[in-house]
Design a protein around this ligand. Sequence first.
Ligand code: DP6
Length: 323
Amino acid sequence: MTGTATAIAHPNIAFIKYWGNRDDALRLPANGSISMNLAELHTQTSVSFRDDLRSDILTIDGKEISGAALARVKAFMDQVRRLAPDAGYAEIVSKNNFPIGVGIASSAAAFSALALAAARAAGLNLKEKEYSRLARLGSGSACRSVPDGFCEWNYGSGDEDSFAVSISPASHWGLIDLIALISDTHKKVGSSAGHVSALTSPFQSERIRTAPERIAKCRQAILEKDFKALAEVSEQDMIMMHSVMMTQDPPLFYWEPLTIRVIKAVHEWREEGLDCFATIDAGPNVHVICTAEAAPTVREQLVKIKGIREILSSGPGGKAELL
Ligand code: DP6
């Protein structure tokens, strides 16, 4: 069959982190999570099903992709073909306006945009929760990039109801994420491999057990725009996830010396009354989340820290959309 569609999606930054799966193949998470989409960063993906193709082909930022990255996308396209058996193979062209593979959730933006574009190009007309569920099969955190603004990925009882929903729209709270880029090299061990061995850390089961309390606190903090409460619960959750990562077998140590320097600086600024906190995904970069009022001062302070390569800035982003 032939069919073309283009979609755009934002990456997201998690306040309550997803780490570990109860089912790795279906990406059913070990715990629920909450995140904010990032408006200024985006991935745009076009999918064209073509009768002349004997396999899916993929181009990212002008470069033809092969190997593991292509295999992952092909496996995802197989999921789309399960829903649309006549779809055949597709040419997929994706563009990012931010560096990929450095811990700023490129897979979240990538698979949410791909879910929308591929499903539509295959002639499917899905509801938001079905797009979110489909995106989850490509990358867990991608399900949170489908709905608008601040999103919660439900633990769910299984494949059918493990998807993300919007807690509040992007317009609800003008938080700013200042992303301090500490390294732009590709990480050695990505999250997919990390999730698989999360349970080898003795701390993972306790992190999972106590996650619902943090989810409830985080959701309430967002709804009430209570920055202090959001800062406390998010930082605690981030440190818990990295404690699990560092104590897994094999251990994953994503932090660089500069990562810790930024965390400590953020703590000092908060003590001095600036509304800011730090959160970090599977990489060394620090996301400094602040209120719109605090953002200019926090940025001025961040710029003074030697070694930070670049500071990206973003407010809350909207949902993934078909163009
Ligand atoms: C540390 O969604 O990237 O960013 O499902 O294997 O693609 P895969 O994993 P991924 O894991 C994200 C982990 C995290 C925390 C988070 O975003 O919740």
